[in-house]
Design a protein around this ligand. Structure first.
Ligand code: FES
Length: 92
């Protein structure tokens, strides 16, 4: 089994989120954390996973970090959100 980061980022690639621009958000994460989908960051803080519909399409585009659902995520907001997790240790 692959090791997992302290925090698990799940990016929704379902249709609703796709239409609302999740790709841009995903691109921002990859670029900034230097991580690919299915991988873990070098500092082991984050794992990045892609999923098909998180069941919260009304909030699209959606990202789930650990057990928190973040709706209406933009490429501008996403790094700010992730920053908050960097200072927090494993919740699981
Ligand atoms: S398509 Fe993203 S939550 Fe449904």
């Amino acid at each position: 089994m692959k090791p997992r980061g302290d925090h698990i980022i799940k990016i929704c690639l379902g249709t609703a989120c796709y239409v609302k621009g999740i790709e841009e958000v995903l691109g921002k994460i990859k670029e900034n954390l230097k991580v690919e989908v299915g991988d873990i960051t070098e500092d082991k803080k984050f794992s990045l996973e892609a999923v098909r519909c998180l069941g919260a399409c009304g909030l699209a585009p959606v990202m789930v970090v650990d057990h928190d659902t973040h709706g209406a995520v933009t490429s501008k907001k996403v790094l700010q959100i992730l920053d908050e997790y960097k200072t927090v240790d494993k919740p699981h």
